[in-house]
Design a protein around this ligand. Structure first.
Ligand SMILES: *Cc1c(COP(=O)(O)O)cnc(C)c1O
Length: 382
């Protein structure tokens, strides 16, 4: 997605940095004494990692979390000095770059630890490592069986001064169901993992477990730090439980390209899946599936234009879609802004509405805008 400060594109993802700052405040209030690590993986959930990171740090976040070494190094290159943790690394990731940039590396296996240590030795600099323990998600993280091997290796590397041991952390499988029994099971395994490290004399500087859902619903799991992602962007991780006064930061919008008459009996868009039952007026929106408007939304979604929601008619194409203005033809002109999804403050559809129609989660919806879409920022203190 192209970023163009101040320049309007015909399809835009407008990111409200004041909303990001507000949401960090909400999360800090829920975190209590725990610090807040803001997760900005996947280019800040497609909101722009650097801008979100700067805004979040200014709003009181203490640290940043990402997936890959490359994402972490890019934040450093942008001049961000806060602690940055990356936690999903392949064996030939550029650990030397991570060590040189003072990036904290999440370790999931003994082999990874060896590779990181080799990079640190090669540079003559200490690597900062944290142990990502698998407590039941069975995805990345150190599996229970090899944990003692990793602890023994880490003990040696710490003694040799090759690495600094920073944290132990883990990730929950069912955090969006706050009373699911696996949560307490994972907490117990997490506590066991911390105790096991201490038996090797490995005392973590901090431990952390909670994602957005746990931060908002399980204050007992805040430990030393929480690691929210989606809630920073204003989307509730537990829609059935509440909104927690979060403000969605992304508005996906486009300029109306054309307003035209569609006579009764005419079909609209490929395959003529919709035939006008009466003379009507249509607005052409220059956004399609290449821009992140899911094709399966065709004929099912609403678009906010001319002061209210109007139905999309016919198929979503690669570059465009058609909206039926009905009796609101006078209310819409070419060049007007059409909102595909936004915070919902005018009544426009929200990412959650798309997710409901698509049978997915809003995480995937905000990650969709891409390609020709211009990202533009609003608010903030950049
Ligand atoms: C993505 C991620 C998070 C943030 O999860 P949200 O549900 O977006 O709050 C936290 N920790 C880890 C390890 C993650 O991968």
């Amino acid at each position: 997605m192209a970023v163009s400060a101040g320049v309007n594109g015909q399809v835009e993802a407008v990111v409200d940095l004041d909303a990001i700052a507000h949401n960090v405040g909400v999360l800090r209030a829920h975190a209590g004494d725990a610090a807040v690590m803001v997760v900005v993986k996947a280019d800040g959930y497609n909101h722009g990692a650097v801008e979100v990171a700067r805004t979040a740090l200014a709003a009181g976040a203490a640290e940043l979390g990402v997936t890959t070494v490359a994402e972490a190094v890019a934040l450093r290159a942008a001049g961000i000095e806060a602690p940055i943790l990356c936690w999903l690394n392949i064996c030939d990731a550029d650990y030397a770059a991570a060590v040189a940039a003072d990036i904290e590396i999440g370790i999931s296996s003994a082999e990874q630890l060896d590779t990181v240590a080799a990079a640190a030795r090669g540079l003559g600099e200490q690597a900062v490592v944290s142990l990502k323990v698998d407590t039941g998600l069975n995805r990345n993280g150190i599996e229970q069986g090899v944990y003692p091997v990793v602890l023994a290796a880490l003990r040696k590397l710490v003694d040799e001064g090759v690495v600094r041991f920073r944290a132990i952390f883990s990730h929950l499988a069912h955090a969006d169901e706050p009373y699911h029994p696996t949560i307490d099971l994972q907490r117990d395994r997490f506590l066991d993992a911390i105790a096991a490290a201490k038996e090797y004399g490995l005392e973590p500087e901090l431990v952390h477990l909670a994602n957005s859902a746990a931060t908002l619903t399980r204050p007992d799991l805040a430990f030393d730090m929480v690691r929210p992602g989606i809630a920073v962007y204003g989307l509730t991780p537990v829609p059935d439980i509440g909104e927690f006064e979060l403000r969605p930061a992304m508005t996906f919008q486009a300029e109306v390209a054309l307003v035209k008459q569609v006579p009764k009996g005419e079909g609209v868009s490929y395959g003529h899946e919709w035939i006008a039952p009466a003379d009507t007026t249509a607005a052409l929106i220059p956004a399609g599936y290449a821009d992140g408007v899911f094709r399966t939304l065709g004929g099912r979604m609403q678009v906010w234009v001319g002061g209210r929601n109007h139905p999309n008619r016919g198929r979503v194409c690669m570059d465009q879609l058609v909206v039926d203005l009905g009796d609101n033809a006078e209310g819409v002109a070419e060049g007007d802004t059409a909102i595909l999804f936004g915070p919902g403050s005018h009544g426009e559809p929200r990412a959650q509405d798309w997710a409901d129609l698509l049978g997915t989660i809003h995480y995937e919806v905000v990650c969709a805008p891409r390609g020709r879409v211009h990202r533009r920022y609003r608010g903030g203190t950049r």
